[in-house]
Design a protein around this ligand. Structure first.
Ligand code: CMC
Length: 438
């Protein structure tokens, strides 16, 4: 491929060395970040497809929501640095920003908070669904089921071509996710469901639904509520990751929003993605003490061992994940507030980080702690059980999924997502009858 400048129009020329034929493809420039080669006419003009398993070099859409500079470790939503949002905004501020493109003014914020808050309650009949699950179900299994089932209840927000339906569905998803998540937890421990309270903040309400019981009041610790809110901000969106791409692909067929978000939750569940936060805590617990770290680091470097250090590495970040940096500080703050000065898991985590940052293997492969590395320690300090960690990720990410889904529906270039393949299977052959098969 050669990059030529053709007057004002930048193009890349692809030449087929077999017959010397060549074609020009336009280079598209974003507002920042790498340019892309527009290959939309590639197949029609050349008969070739691109081959990119795992989409390591593929931009699947145009987006204005989130920007990541992986080399520098920068994450921005609508142009605002994640560190600033985590420091100065609250989660619903960030939700508004992701959905609408701007931080809200006071009047807009009040209305948004009111609108979202008044969708927190769940259709009472939906509660029957929980009883169909085993008590020991993983809460992510419950989330996939209940969120998908929302489409059977909220028929007035299923028309994806109606902006009002889309908005109501978006608010419902953001608002009901904490209620559904907390109910999954309550169900697993056999406690009565706690209904949402609309006169307290988003994070506070979640903690209340998780930990209050009808028997005694639950006092919300503002430091812990702020830590929870900050975690929600840090997980709110992350451009075209696996679960967001899943939501976009599901939505590209014009599936309803609840079905799309259920597909995102399913994709998030895996340990290479959102399931990593649960896996990190299990790993730190298994390591147990600092003296056992070298053994695990050795295993992570051994190509014949499938073990990986969970919470390390990222497809896009080749530098410290900026979210991990904020969470590391938050973990210290939370433990300090709780008067915990010698949390063994934090000690193991910090030592593991120190060792890997000095280790040739991790340096060479640019493997740094990611968002999932420190979040579990905070969740644990907040009293949240390990199996709920990925649920909290899903709860926070819902706004990102919803914002990206809305953006896709509104994009006039939107088409059904339908990748092709490099076929390496059998070519056509004569059908073999059973008697001939041996
Ligand atoms: N421990 C040890 N080696 C690793 C790790 C790790 N955590 N991550 C990547 N590597 C090695 C990998 O073996 C490969 O080596 P080589 O080039 O010799 O084959 C190289 O680094 C590149 O890895 P990759 O799997 O090709 O990279 P990827 O971009 O496809 O995968 C990842 C990214 C996040 C799936 C991977 O780093 C990983 O499995 N990390 C652990 C799970 C984790 O923490 N996931 C959370 C990601 S951040 C939040 C989210 O997305 O939810």
């Amino acid at each position: 491929m050669t990059d030529t400048t053709n007057g004002e129009r930048k193009t890349v020329t692809i030449t087929d060395n077999r017959d010397g034929k060549s074609w020009d493809f336009p280079i598209l420039e974003g507002s920042t970040g790498p340019d892309v080669i527009d290959v939309r006419r590639l197949y029609a003009d050349t008969g070739f497809f691109t081959f990119d398993p795992g989409f390591t070099s593929t931009g699947s859409c145009e987006s204005r929501i989130t920007f990541i500079d992986g080399e520098k470790g920068i994450l921005m939503h609508r142009g605002y640095r994640i560190e600033d949002l985590a420091e100065h905004s609250d989660y619903l501020d960030v939700c508004y920003l992701l959905l609408n493109g701007e931080l809200p003014g006071q009047g807009q914020k009040d209305k948004f908070v009111y609108d979202v808050t008044h969708h927190t309650m769940l259709h009472e009949q939906l509660i029957n669904f929980y009883k169909g699950f085993r008590r020991d179900s993983h809460p992510m299994a419950i989330m996939v089921g209940i969120i998908g089932a929302l489409s059977a209840f909220y028929h007035d927000s299923l028309d994806i071509n109606d902006p009002r339906h889309r908005m109501v569905a978006s608010y419902r998803l953001i608002a009901k996710m904490p209620t559904i998540a907390a109910m999954a937890y309550k169900y697993s421990i056999g406690q009565p469901f706690v209904y949402p309270q609309n006169n307290i903040g988003f994070a506070e309400n979640f903690l209340h639904m998780m930990f209050a019981t009808p028997c005694e009041p639950y006092d919300i610790n503002p430091v812990l509520a702020r830590a929870m809110d900050r975690i929600l901000i840090l997980h709110a969106d992350h451009e075209q990751n696996a679960s967001t791409s899943t939501v976009r692909i599901a939505g590209s067929s014009a599936a309803n929003p609840f079905a799309c978000i259920a597909s995102g939750i399913a994709s998030l569940w895996g340990p290479a993605h959102g399931g990593a936060n649960e896996a990190v805590l299990n790993m730190l617990t298994e390591i147990g003490t600092k003296d056992r770290i070298p053994e695990f680091v050795k295993r992570a470097k051994d190509k014949s061992d499938p073990f990986r250090l969970m919470g390390f590495g990222h497809r896009v970040y080749k530098n410290y994940d900026p979210r991990a940096a904020v969470l590391k500080q938050s973990a210290h703050d939370v433990l300090e507030d709780l008067g915990v000065h010698d949390e063994p898991l934090l000690e193991v985590a910090m030592e593991l980080e120190r060792i890997t940052l000095e280790d040739e293997y991790f340096i060479e492969k640019k493997l740094f702690p990611n968002v999932d590395f420190y979040s579990g320690i905070i969740f644990k300090a907040l009293g949240i059980p390990t199996s709920m960690f990925t649920v909290l990720f899903a709860m926070a990410r819902t706004v990102g999924w919803v914002a990206q889904w809305n953006e896709m529906i509104e994009d006039p270039k939107q088409k059904i997502g339908r990748p092709r393949q490099l076929y390496t299977g059998q070519t056509e052959r004569r059908y073999k009858h059973l008697r001939e098969r041996g």
